[in-house]
Design a protein around this ligand. Structure first.
Ligand SMILES: [Zn+2]
Ligand SMILES: [Zn+2]
Length: 282
């Protein structure tokens, strides 16, 4: 039975791709790398990615007995570099369930994290942190968290990468942070992407490049702003949040994108920025 009038809040804590950036020219959209919170009534926070934005999420929400389920798209730096600085992990009794794509050349996600969080690269390992991290290796899966369903599907990028979709009470949000466009001016999507994005209320999608930038970097694992909007439209998404902005895209440039994209009616397009909350199902 759907709950009448219930809503999901989606809040952006980090919207940048590749590497964090800082300065007055990026201060309004923000320079932290990928992290998004999905708040479903009656549930602990569901998170997408552990970029540097996750530190701010943790500062804001760290409480005694903190718990979150975090779905990591892939293990590139910009999606995990917030993990060792995630404030809830600095207190005992707190727990983070971390889901990520099963790696190709390592035994498990935990194994990969152990190879980068250890001396001399970092003072301690994950197991030495006071809070607990519980790792879950995913492929094409469905994860049930109470009455929430999280669907994961492999999507084209560089190395194993998952896109996610959260469904609850007839409300849905999809997260495809890093998505390789098939080619310059090529508009096509694989069945996994289609399954994640079909008729979704909000699609959070890679929008790293302009067409000219993509021509220079067409094999770097990303796509154009136009491709993000096309994916949303082709899949029947109601709203698209342009995400994973290139560090070279300053506030002025993103304002221009917002002003051009703001004219779209279907789907409605917004440019993700730190601190933005989008309420779904209202
Ligand atoms: Zn990325
Ligand atoms: Zn990546």
């Amino acid at each position: 039975m759907p709950i009448e009038g219930a809503t999901i809040d989606v809040t952006f804590y980090g919207v940048r791709g590749s590497t964090p950036c800082h300065g007055p020219e990026v201060s309004r959209y923000g320079g932290n790398t990928s992290c998004v919170a999905v708040d479903v009534p009656g549930h602990d926070p569901i998170m997408f990615d552990l970029g540097t934005g996750s530190r701010y999420l943790g500062v804001e929400r760290s409480t005694e007995g903190f718990h979150a389920d975090c779905f990591v798209s892939h293990l590139h730096w910009d999606h995990i570099q917030g993990l060792p600085f995630f404030p809830p992990l600095l207190a005992p009794g707190n727990r983070l369930d971390l889901y990520a794509p099963r790696p190709e050349r390592h035994e498990s996600v935990a194994d990969v994290i152990d190879t980068i969080l250890c001396p001399p690269l970092f003072p301690v390992g994950v197991a030495d942190l006071p809070g607990e991290v519980v790792f879950h290796d995913l492929g094409n899966d469905e994860v049930r968290i109470g009455d929430v369903t999280v669907t994961s599907r492999y999507i084209p990028h560089i190395g194993r990468t998952l896109g996610y979709r959260v469904d609850w009470n007839g409300i849905s949000v999809a997260y495809l942070s890093d998505h390789q466009q098939p080619g310059v001016d090529v508009y096509d999507m694989c069945p996994g992407v289609e399954a994640l994005c079909r008729d979704v209320d909000l699609l959070i999608h890679d929008a790293q490049y302009t067409r000219d930038e993509f021509i220079q970097r067409s094999t770097w694992g990303h796509c154009t702003i136009d491709y993000a909007i096309w994916t949303g439209k082709a899949a029947g998404a109601k709203q698209v949040a342009l995400f994973h902005h290139d560090p070279m895209h300053d506030d002025r440039m993103l304002d221009q994108v917002a002003s051009v994209c703001g004219r779209h009616c279907t789907p409605n397009v917004v440019v993700a920025r730190e601190g933005l909350t989008i309420q779904l199902g209202a």
